[in-house]
Every structure is written in C-alpha cells, then in structure tokens.
Design a protein around this ligand. Structure first.
Ligand SMILES: [Zn+2]
Ligand SMILES: [Zn+2]
Length: 640
C-alpha cells in the first residue's frame, strides 16, 4: 500500500473506531503509522481499539502527544515528582522529543506497577507527555546518555528522515516475476568484513558491513573493507536499507564508511546493538587517532550512522521495502545480537541469516531462537564448524579458568586476557565473580581496561535482553555480580602504568580481543618475557591477527608502539580456555538446524576459514540431504 493510501484509509477507519476523538496530524515514520493528538491519552485509554485500527491497515500504530500540548519540561518534572507515590524515588527524568515520551527512572518499577496504571494515566493527563517507567540502571552508561541527547538534538531531522523512509518503503513494487538472490561481499570462506546483499525484484537490502580485523593494524585499514565496489551495490542510494546482525566490528566496522560515500538510508538493529555500536565505533576512531593509525572514516560519519538508525525489537515484523519484511530474533551471541528472518514477496521466499550465533544457554543469554516461520534458505556461520571444533561446556571452561588463576596467584604472576569489550568480557567477569564468591579463587584484583566497564553498563541497562537468572541478579541491587569489589576499572593512563609495574598477582581483561591494537598491547609488551605470567585467549583469533600469530607459537613478535616497532620476546605461558565462545560449535550449529521447524531447502555457509566452511557445507549436505555449499566472495547465488 502506498503512503497516501495508508494515510487515507487510516483516516477513514479512525472515524469509525474512534468517533469524535481529535488529532492534529497523521503521518508515517518508517513502517509505522504515527498519530499526533492533543488528547493522546484518550486514545491510549483504549488499547483494544488501537489494536483494531492497526489490524485494519496492517501497520503498527504509534500514538504520540502533539508537541504543542506538551507541558514545559521543568514544570512537567515538578508535577511528575508530586504524582509519584510516597517512597518511590526518581533518579532521573528524560524528555524524548522524538517520541513525546518522558522516561522516568526509578529504583523499583514493580512498586509503581503495584499501584497499577492509575499513576501512568494521571501523568499522561496532567503533563501530556507519554510516561515510560524504567529501572534506574545499576551502572550509569555515558554512551546511552549520549545516544539520548544526540537523538533529542536531531529529532526534527529524524522525523523528516523517517517520513521519507515511509514513502520509500510503501512505493509500488516493480512489475515482472519475483526473484531473490544473494551477493557475497565479505566473510565468505573467511572470518571478518561480513557483508551480503539481498536483491529482490523491487529492492536491495544489505546485511552487515564489517571490517577485517587483520587489516586494522596495517598501513591501509581500508583494505579490510567488504567488496563495496561490487556493481550490485551501485548507485548506493538504490540500497533500501542495511540490517545489522550485531555490533561486533567484523560486522559493523565499515557502516560509517557507507555514509562517508553517500549512503543515506536506514540501518536496522536492536536498541542495545545501537548503543554498543556507538561505543565500539567511537573507541575505534579515537584509538586509531591516538595510536597514529589510519581510520577510513571520521566521527561525523559515525554520527550520520546513528542518525539513520532504526531500532527494532526482537520478534517484531517490519516492512523494510515494497517486497521485504524483516524479523529479528535472539541469536544468543552478544547483547542485542540477531538472527535475521527475511520474508520476501508475500511468501515467495524466506531467507534466514544466522549472523554469529550461539545455540546454547550462556552465562549471559538464552540460546538462539529457533522457533521460526518458514525458511527456504539458511545462511549459517561456521567459525567453529570444523570437524574437531567441539567446545567444552561452560562448567568445564570455568574450572579451567579457575585453575589458571590459582596457579598464577601461587607464582605471583599476571594473567592477561585479551577480550572483545562486548560479550566475552562479561562472561569472564561472571565466572571470576562466582569463583571468588565461592572461595574457589583467592581475592586478586581484576582490572578492566578499554571500554569493558562501559560495555558492561550497557548490558545492565537492558536486563530484558539477558537470561532470566542474570536479570534477577542485576535487578536485585546487592547481588549484581558486575558490581563485585574484585573488579577495578582502568580509566586513566596513569592507572595503566601502575598496573604494568605492579608485582602481581593480578588479572587484566583488556581489548582488543585479537590483539590488533588497543590497551592489551601495552600490558603484553611489558609482561611477555616473564615466565610467571599468562596470556590467556578465550575467543576466536582470526587469520592475520597478532593473536593468531602468538597462538600459532611465535616466540618473538614485533608490536606497533607509538614510536615505531618494538621487538617482544615471548616467555610467558600462552594458553587458551575454550568454552567461552559466543559461537556455536559444530554440534550446536547442527542442532540449531535440526530445531528449525521448517527444514531449509538450501544451506549456505559463511563466516569460517575456507577449509572449515567447505567441509562443514559437505557435512550438512550429507546429514540433512539438502543442497549446501560455501560460496566465494563476489559470487551471487540465485535463491529462487
Ligand atoms: Zn560476533
Ligand atoms: Zn563475526
């Protein structure tokens, strides 16, 4: 349905469903219909009718207060504080002009629910802003604040962008036969620079746009881009949207670059993925500058990206072009990571992209969601898809980590653990906290360097994305494991210098996870020659990275320091603890496919070393009796 039609039909139906209720404007933003009214609360009093209206136009309806009716922020804040029942303390209030919402942070949202919707209704009526009660985050995140302030400042621009997007999505499909094809732009027969392009009769959708971690620390980081010059992508404004599976740099690191070369369409992802993304990209740009490395884009391009971000909830189906609907599902890999389902041409074809996927309950998340509607083509990652890639259980991994910490404590050594700021860090933290609490490891400080603490705070702001066990711990203040006193945040260069010269024993978690730059290099270059120390890998080391070279047994390494190259001899114990991975191992990948209700007709394999991807594809063909292979980068596969 075209934009104008949607608006006209909604108007008609409004008159029958909500007779007599006034509104100031009716518009579309992205895939949603938005109604502005000076009496928005009157609409919201009747959720059944809103549902009916939504069903009648097959769109989501968002009711917002008209901006002219909104009470002045200061006055509204005073009023809200008065309305709150006794004993409820408000820790922060934030007015969101894009949505007309007022976010009210309280310590104990359940208490307000106990007073039922009365309070919400009163606030709505009195101040006209739409109240949303949220829990005071246990650790404040500067990034989340920054995203809120930024979107507030950009709210007019955003509204314009979302209206144009709505018109674009609801344009008429092109004539002719349906088709669906997938062009491989990166992370096919390799790990890193993940990117693919879905093309249908009427639209083009990009999935991920990552960087190659092996190229970050070179003279030409742009050499680590996906194949963005592929003709299928051009002109760039022919791309309807980008869907991001998750915020890891090997999936997201070249998104800002797209904006620097003229892309100005939407990028879809979950809300926590957006916040983590901003954190990681800012860190990448800043660190690049401070380490005198080239970065292929500027902070301004990162801001453009955030301005064009459209957040989606898990399990919410959204039109993103005239013939493609998208649904994000929990992937179990990192906070806000998604398995992406594309519904093409009203059931003509269904494509499922795994992104990075963990099909096992972890310390942080539920296992990836396999309850999916029809899937004809499944694209699966294969990082640990090799014949011998069996990951030990979480339990075993925890035991091994505990052993090493105890040994290091006896030797008075230091344990350096290179980690991604997002994902592995939090898992390792949870295990260390538990072992310490149970008395299984001695109390030695665990230093967190390089965005880990900030990434952790973003996790605690989205408890609904965590598994229920951790969610409970976090919301009960005294038991929040991330607030344990064994963790020490490294927030200044002087602190780092002190830790480097500390006698130990101690543990440091530092980025980056594959040792391509970041603070981990500083610790490593100072501690590498001491035999009492440990270098402990807990995550995947991609080909071409320093981490992979050390893991392969290199005894002498040149590391890049500000003033040139430094030669480092490795005497410390280099070890790996498997079982912390956010990736499924071979067995779990197969189990996931088994768990899918509708067996895919074809399985494409990506995100794995060439030999693993090809062998895994052969194994899938045999096991499931379906067509399965690992395409090369730049191949285009006809899906139907
Ligand atoms: Zn990942
Ligand atoms: Zn990845």
């Amino acid at each position: 349905m075209k934009y104008e039609e949607v608006i006209a039909i909604t108007k008609e139906n409004l008159e029958t469903i909500f007779p007599g209720l006034g509104y100031t404007s009716l518009d579309m933003e992205g895939a949603n219909v938005v109604l502005y009214s000076k009496e928005s609360y009157k609409f919201l009093e009747d959720p059944e009718k809103i549902k009916k209206l939504a069903q009648s136009i097959r769109k989501r309806i968002i009711i917002r207060p008209d901006s002219s009716s909104l009470m002045d922020e200061k006055e509204a804040e005073e009023k809200i504080r008065k309305i709150m029942p006794e004993g409820v303390s408000i820790s922060d209030i934030f007015f969101d002009h894009e949505s007309g919402e007022v976010l009210i942070e309280v310590d104990d949202p359940e208490r307000i629910q106990a007073y039922d919707s009365q309070i919400i209704a009163t606030i709505r009526k009195d101040v006209k802003w739409a109240p949303r009660i949220i829990r005071t985050p246990p650790i404040r995140s500067a990034t989340i604040r920054m995203v809120r302030e930024f979107l507030k400042a950009e709210s007019d621009e955003r509204r314009k962008f979302l209206r144009n997007l709505a018109k674009r999505i609801s344009r008429d499909p092109l004539p002719g036969e349906n088709f669906a094809r997938l062009t491989c732009l990166g992370a096919w027969r390799e790990v890193g620079r993940a990117s693919s392009l879905l093309m249908t009769k009427s639209s083009k959708i990009m999935i991920d746009c990552g960087l190659d971690p092996a190229a970050v620390d070179t003279d030409d980081p742009a050499s680590g881009a996906p194949y963005l010059s592929a003709p299928e992508l051009w002109p760039l404004n022919s791309v309807d949207g980008v869907v991001l599976t998750h915020s890891h740099m090997d999936h997201s690191g070249f998104l800002p670059y797209l904006f620097s070369i003229g892309y100005d369409g939407p990028v879809y992802m979950t809300a926590p993925a957006r916040d983590l993304l901003l954190l990681l990209l800012m860190d990448y740009v800043k660190l690049g500058m401070s380490e005198n490395r080239k970065v292929p884009y500027k902070m301004e391009d990162v801001r453009s990206l955030i301005r064009h971000t459209v957040t989606l909830n898990y399990n919410e189906t959204t039109d993103i072009s005239p013939d493609v609907r998208v649904t994000l599902r929990n992937a179990g890999h990192i906070l806000g990571s998604s398995v992406v389902h594309f519904h093409i041409g009203e059931g003509f074809h269904n494509l499922l992209m795994s992104g990075d996927i963990k099909y096992m309950n972890s310390w942080l998340f539920n296992a990836a969601d396999s309850r999916l509607p029809r899937v004809e083509t499944f694209v699966t990652e294969s990082t640990y898809g090799g014949r011998n890639d069996f990951q030990p259980s979480r339990q075993e991994a925890g035991e091994r980590l505990g052993q090493i910490i105890r040994l290091a404590a006896e030797r008075k050594g230091k344990v350096l653990i290179p980690v991604f700021a997002v994902g592995r860090s939090q898992e390792v933290m949870l295990v260390l906290e538990e072992k310490y609490r149970l008395g299984e490891i001695p109390k030695i400080p665990v230093y967190l360097d390089g965005m880990i603490y900030e990434a952790t705070s973003i996790h605690t702001a989205y408890p609904e994305y965590l598994n229920s066990n951790l969610r409970d711990l976090i919301t009960r203040k005294k038991e929040n494991p991330f607030l344990s006193d064994i963790f020490v945040r490294v927030d200044a260069p002087e602190t780092r210098e002190n830790i480097v010269s500390d006698v130990g024993p101690l543990v440091v978690l530092a980025t980056s996870g594959m040792m391509n730059g970041g603070p981990v290099i500083e610790y490593f270059s100072n501690w590498a020659d001491d035999e009492r120390n440990f270098l402990l890998f807990v995550g995947y080391q991609a080909e071409g990275t320093l981490g992979r070279r050390i893991l392969s047994g290199a005894k002498q390494i040149n590391v890049r320091k500000n003033d040139g190259l430094k030669e480092v001899k490795i005497g410390m114990t280099v070890d790996t603890v498997d079982g912390f991975s956010g990736h499924s191992d071979r067995r779990q990948l197969m189990k996931y496919i088994e768990a899918l209700e509708f067996k895919p007709k074809r399985i494409l394999v990506n995100h794995g070393d060439a030999s693993k991807a090809t062998e895994f594809a052969r194994a899938l063909s045999l096991k499931f009796g379906v067509e399965s292979y690992a395409p090369y980068n730049l191949e285009t596969v006809r899906l139907r």
